[in-house]
Design a binder for this molecule. Structure first.
Ligand code: HEM
Length: 175
């Protein structure tokens, strides 16, 4: 068997043996790279940056990384340190408009592209991020009070009803 084929086969066997998405995509280093590149984008975004209250974005990056790692089957450090995620409630102090969501997703898309994941992993992660970002919208864009809904095909139909709607923390398994 050629070396290239053997490596691909070995990777497949290892993936079948690991039971979480977190492990399958490379664990902490992968999520660290994702979040670092994402926050580098946020740092240079004049629309998005003012939303983040802290002068130093490193603690925010840490919280997002811990949350994503936990969501995808990694360590539960986020909840150990922060308690229940209740992400909609935690975003309530910040005006998350559709425009802010689109910017957030643009930086996330760029960061995701940098990871060069297998196509099925990338699709799974991207699908989740889009749905979650839609759920975080809590403020209409200026001048259009009805514009909290996403215009992307297949996205959540409208903003969530009022009140906290925590994202569930069901561990993901690799399909
Ligand atoms: C839709 C656009 C979004 C905007 C504009 C936004 C903005 C913010 C801001 C301003 C903060 C406060 C900084 C901090 O304390 O960390 C924050 C916190 C956070 N965001 Fe977002 N966010 C968005 C979407 C999301 C999504 C989709 C997720 C998860 C998939 C997420 C996960 C988090 C987490 C885990 C925290 C820290 C919560 C805590 O423990 O205090 N955000 N976000």
């Amino acid at each position: 068997m050629r070396l290239g084929k053997a490596v691909v086969r070995w990777a497949g066997i290892m993936e079948a043996m690991s039971d979480t998405f977190y492990d399958a995509v490379g664990g902490e280093p992968t999520f660290r790279r994702l979040v670092e590149r994402f926050y580098a984008g946020v740092a240079g975004d004049p629309d998005l940056r003012p939303l983040y209250p802290e002068a130093d974005l490193a603690p925010a990056a840490e919280r997002l990384r811990m949350f994503l790692e936990q969501y995808w089957g990694g360590p539960h450090t986020y909840s150990d340190q922060r308690g229940h995620p209740r992400l909609r409630m935690r975003h309530a102090p910040f005006p998350v408009t559709p425009k802010a969501r689109d910017s957030w997703l643009r930086h996330m898309r760029d960061a995701l592209d940098g990871l060069e994941l297998a196509a099925h992993h990338e699709a799974q992660l991207w699908g989740y991020l889009q749905t979650a970002a839609d759920m975080m919208v809590n403020t209409p864009d200026d001048g259009d009070p009805s514009a909290t809904r996403s215009t992307r095909p297949g996205s959540a139909p409208a903003m969530m009803p009022p009140g906290p709607a925590p994202i569930t923390l069901v561990p993901r398994v690799v399909s």
